[in-house]
Design a protein around this ligand. Structure first.
Ligand SMILES: [Zn+2]
Length: 294
């Protein structure tokens, strides 16, 4: 191993790589440092005029020691995501001993709404994280979240346990609850985005975010019908507690009908689930971008 003659040389390739990889949102100091280092090194290293500039002398060959580099130096960062302040809460509908809908449907035996909502919720969490959002799930389908079992009855239910837990423990900027629809008529199909803009909300975002999500689903998901935007005020029966009782802006998305054959197939398809998750994330991102730029 050749001893490092000029320690600055050793970090140049790494710094150059870091400078090239950093997009415009990266710290400007990193690029400036790299430029300064490169400029200094260029003058110091050219000691032999007969030697081609790009071929170092044999003794100048540098072996990089696998020492821990300075933070951010020498590490490949394929994607730099601008981090956001907003915390998005994802609620996988049902779970635990509550399977949700699925019996008397086109789902195979043993597959229920809770199995689909947890899958799409995980994909949605990935999609939101990739856009820089902070995220939290109300539950992972396996363990009761801490602080949520105030009225423990084995059913972490939407009407009673979830809204207080979301309001008092999580306190998100936005909540989206994922569900699967079921109805007697097998012709009924497609996604529906519900919102409830009531006096209890701490802002008036719910309708706008829901509309952005609806538009993104229309744009990015192979749906079987036009995606509906539904104001709870227009519903004949009661509105959804998860939207009504939470203080943050929120929506509940019925992603499709398990009682429709085509929808049931799509709901179980991982590629389609990813389309849906990406579209919901896209809609949420659009809203918060618009809010920032307003
Ligand atoms: Zn449901």
């Amino acid at each position: 191993m050749v001893r490092l003659k000029n320690k600055r040389c050793a970090v140049i390739p790494a710094l150059l790589a870091a400078a090239l990889l950093l997009p415009s949102c990266g710290k400007p100091e990193a690029s400036a440092d790299a430029d300064a280092m490169l400029a200094g090194a260029a003058f110091e290293e050219r000691t032999d005029a007969d030697e081609p500039a790009d071929l170092p002398e044999e003794e100048d060959v540098v072996v990089l020691e696998p020492a821990v580099p300075a933070a951010g130096v020498g590490r490949i960062m394929p994607v730099v995501v601008e981090q956001r302040e907003e915390l998005i809460c994802i609620d996988p509908g049902h779970g635990f001993v509550d399977p949700g809908t699925g019996s008397d449907s086109y789902f195979p035996e043993g597959i229920y709404e809770r199995d689909i909502t947890i899958e799409v919720s995980r994909l949605l969490e990935d999609a939101l994280k990739a856009r820089g959002f902070r995220t939290i799930l109300t539950h992972d389908g396996e363990t009761m979240p801490e602080g949520a079992d105030l009225n423990w009855d084995g059913v972490f239910s939407a009407p009673y346990e979830r809204p207080p837990y979301i309001n008092n423990v999580i306190g998100p900027d936005y909540l989206v609850s994922l569900h699967v629809n079921a109805v007697g008529n097998p012709e009924k199909c497609g996604a529906m985005v519900f919102f409830d803009q009531n006096y209890y909300k701490n802002n008036d975002w719910s309708e706008t975010v829901a509309a952005d999500i609806r538009d993104a689903i229309e744009e990015g998901v192979e749906t079987t019908a036009v995606t509906q935007l539904v104001d709870s005020k227009d519903m004949e029966d009661a509105s959804f507690a998860i939207n009504r009782e939470t203080k943050c802006a929120s929506s509940l998305i019925e992603m499709g009908f398990c009682t429709n054959e085509t929808d049931a197939e799509k709901l179980q398809d991982p590629a389609w689930q990813k389309q849906m998750a990406e579209a919901i994330a896209e809609g949420i991102e659009k809203f918060f971008d618009d809010l920032k730029n307003a």
